[in-house]
Design a protein around this ligand. Sequence first.
Ligand code: SAM
Ligand code: DTB
Ligand code: SF4
Length: 336
Amino acid sequence: MDYAKACMDEHPSKVKRDERISREEIRRLYDLPLMDLVYRAASIHREHWNPNDIQMSTLVSIKTGACPEDCSYCTQSSRYETGLKYEPLMAVQEVMKQAHEAKAAGSNRLCMGAAWREVKDGPQFDAVLEMVKGVKSLGMEACVTLGMLKEHQAARLAEVGLDYYNHNLDTSPENYCNVITTRTFQDRLDTLEAVRKAGIHVCSGGILGMGENREDRVGLLHELANLPEPPHSVPINKLMRMPGTPMADAEPIDDIEFVRTVAVARIIMPKARVRLSAGRVEMTPAMQALCFVAGANSMFAGEKLLTAANPGQDKDMAMLESFGMNVEVSPYQDDH
Ligand code: SAM
Ligand code: DTB
Ligand code: SF4
C-alpha cells in the first residue's frame, strides 16, 4: 500500500478552525515518558469518572456485507473477497430479541451497525427508527452506525430518542485517502456535524495499526478533540486484520503505542467515554488493564463485534472480576 500519498487537498476547511488543543501539544503528550503520561491520564480519569467502573455495549450487525465503500480494513466491503455472508436488514423483532439478551448479559447500550454507505430515506430507515424505539423501551441506551447521514435524517433519529451515533474519523486527514477513497474526510465531518446539530451524542474514534505513523495518530486525536464539541464517546480500535482485505497483513501496532494513544485521548477529551473497541481478542488481560489504567472506561461485550471475534462474556467477566472492576448497569451516566 502506498502510504506516501497525503490527502489534505480533499480536506480544505480544516486549517481554519479555532483550536482547543494544537497538534504540537498532542505531540508533546505522546513524547512524555510512559510513566508520566499514564499517571497524568489516570489522574484526569479519576477527576471525571470512577476508575473501577466500566461501561459495556453490545453490537448487533443489523445489515451485513455487500457495502459499496472501499474501506481497506473492512470485511463488509463488496470490493474484497472476504468470504463474508451477506445478510439483509434484520427484522425489528430479531433485533429486540438480541437487545433483551444483551441487557440480561449486563450491557446498558445496544449499538446497531449497518453496512451502508449512507442512510437512504424509505422503509429500511423507517425500520431502523422502530429498532431504536424498541431498544429505548427496554431502558437501554441506543446507538447506531449507518454510514453518512443528512440533517433531516439525524433529526428523525433524535425524535425517536437515539442517544449516540457512531461515525469514526478512522485516521488523520493526511492518511485518509490511503485507507478509503469512496468518501472524503470532509464527508465524515459533515455527518458528525449533522449528528451534533440534531442533539445526538457523537461517538467517533479511529483504528490503530493500519500502517499509519505517529503523526497520523496525533492528527486523528487532534481532529477529534477539536470537533465543534468533543465527542461523548471515542472508540479506539486495534485493526483486526481480516483475510481478503488489503490490510490483512498490516504490521500490528505496538502495545505501548496503543496505550499511549488511549492515555492521550483521555487527557485531551477528559469527559468522553474512551472505548477499548475492536482487537481485544489479541490483547492479554495485562494489556487491557494497562489501557484501563490509561483511561479507557468502556468496551464491547459478547463474542462478536460486527463480523469479527470479541473475547465473550465468560472471559470478560473473569478478567473484570480479577481487576475488581464493576460493570455499570444504569444508563445515562455519560451526561456530565
Ligand atoms: N458502514 C458504517 C460506517 O462505516 O460508518 C458503519 C459500520 S463500520 C464497520 C464501523 C467502524 O468499525 C468503522 O468506521 C471502523 O472504524 C470500524 N472497523 C471496521 N472494520 C474494522 C477492523 N477490521 N478492525 C478495526 N475496526 C474496524
Ligand atoms: C467502532 O469503532 N468499532 C465497532 C463499532 N464502532 C461499530 C465496530 C468494530 C468492527 C470490527 C470489525 C468487524 O466486526 O467486522
Ligand atoms: Fe462499508 Fe462501513 Fe465497512 Fe466502510 S467500514 S466498507 S462503510 S461497512
